[in-house]
Design a binder for this molecule. Structure first.
Ligand code: A2P
Length: 406
């Protein structure tokens, strides 16, 4: 007789709570294993061979969901879901290819413990999800669009305010929205939806207004032949004028949320436009609980002060509200500094905070920073007699460690 685990099968699913319904997976799948209706994108168990081609292009990671099941979920069942069901095993679904790096292994172990992903902080408010879709988007109007980086520099980053008028658009700090760029791609297909973190708190960019702000970097890539290709969505937004229409989907995200309780210490680590959710967190604290006992500790990396979004406003925040640590990598005459260097410099304070169950860590920004931050946090832990690997697993399980990199 086989062991009970032999009866379990590994099923590829799409997490409906995270998916932004951008259609990228359906376009990518070489076997046509992915389908959708108005509500969800789903994977046909009998057609999917687990090739994984759809995983890297997915902008949210919703596609990278695998659970162990005794009976595979049908397409019809998946189409009714708001959340993934739990795995029917106490362990994560084994990957087809073993993941080489330790980070991935730890993420998998921790997410298995929570039925698929890191939960939100226990005190986070309940998020609304997927109210607006590609088929039924919210129509927002641009209420403001300002460049917030020095015009002399390469980094063209805009602070853009979108107003939803009479349409309800409830959003929490840490959530994202999707933007549908107008027009079609070179093959005549609608452009894929791009995801942006909201930079304003839940009660609006202007308090009690039905609007949100975004932090958008104008993207221009260079093709192999040397020609420049403007990023479709970022240029659509950065060029938008007051009153222009923007089609919006979402809101998205039910994990990277702000803890609501005032005792929460929040360590925020970001580069560039990864600062957007932390502007939202900070503004929420400033408006609602400026004297909260919980600390806000920010590590923010940019090339120079002129290329750091919100540099001016951040400099004006009182130290009693937030402890700001900038890391500049390209300032003439100064050593190149990354956020991980600043974390090490502040090891005493970071280490003290990490020992509290009320401490929440968030990392948002360039993909490359994740590894460096992990190493810095591991160093800090060693200095304090803590084991980072164990601590991180526990923090993930408790919704206290969140990473969003791109
Ligand atoms: P660098 O000057 O080496 O590019 P960007 O302006 O490209 O959005 O980057 C924001 C900041 O993040 C820059 O200071 C950049 O430094 C820095 N950065 C780049 N790679 C990493 C990394 N692996 N870890 C931490 N910071 C990084």
């Amino acid at each position: 007789m086989g062991s009970p685990s032999m009866e379990l099968r590994r099923q590829h699913l799409i997490d409906p709570a995270i998916c932004i319904r951008c259609n990228t997976c359906e376009e990518t799948c070489p076997r046509d294993a992915i389908t959708h209706d108005d509500r969800n994108y789903v994977v046909r168990f009998d057609v999917c061979n687990g090739c994984g081609n759809c995983v890297p292009p997915c902008p949210t990671g919703a596609i990278d969901s695998w659970i162990l099941v005794k009976r595979p979920w049908s397409v019809e069942e998946q189409l009714t879901w708001d959340d993934l069901p739990p795995s029917e095993a106490g362990e994560p679904a084994p990957a087809e290819q073993p993941q080489p790096d330790e980070v991935a292994a730890i993420i998998e172990t921790a997410t298995a413990a929570t039925g698929g992903r890191v939960p939100p902080p226990f005190s986070a408010a309940h998020p609304y999800l997927n109210i607006y879709t590609r088929e039924r988007p919210a129509v927002a109007r641009v209420a403001g669009n300002h460049r917030i980086t020095d015009p002399e520099t390469e980094s063209d980053i805009h602070h853009i305010v979108l107003d939803f008028g009479q349409q309800a658009f409830p959003v929490l700090e840490g959530q994202s929205i999707g933007v549908i760029p107008p027009g079609t791609d070179a093959k005549g297909r609608p452009h894929t939806i791009r995801l942006y973190s909201v930079a304003s708190p839940r009660d609006g960019e202007r308090p009690n207004h039905n609007n949100v702000s975004l932090t958008i970097k104008r993207v221009v890539t260079r093709d192999a032949d040397g020609s420049l290709r403007p990023g479709v969505a970022s240029n659509h937004l950065c060029d938008a004028r007051k009153g222009d229409e923007v089609l919006v989907t979402g809101p998205f995200g039910d994990s990277f949320l702000m803890p609501n309780h005032p005792d929460a210490n929040i360590i925020m680590i970001c580069t560039g436009t990864g600062s957007a959710p932390f502007r939202a967190f900070t503004e929420r604290r400033r408006r609602r609980a400026p004297d909260a006992p919980g600390k806000l500790l920010l590590f923010f990396g940019a090339r120079s002060p002129g290329e750091l979004p919100y540099f001016g406003p951040l400099m004006k925040l009182p130290p009693s509200l937030i402890d700001v640590n900038f890391a500049f990598s390209r300032v003439a005459g100064q050593p190149k500094t990354y956020v991980q260097d600043k974390i090490r410099e502040r090891a005493a304070d970071v280490g003290a905070l990490l020992q509290s169950r009320d401490t929440f860590v968030y990392i948002c920004g360039l993909k490359g920073m994740e590894q460096g931050c992990e190493e810095a946090l591991a160093d800090v832990c060693r200095q304090h007699g803590l084991n980072w690997s164990d601590l991180r697993s526990g923090m993930r399980r408790e919704g206290r460690y969140h990473v969003e990199t791109y």
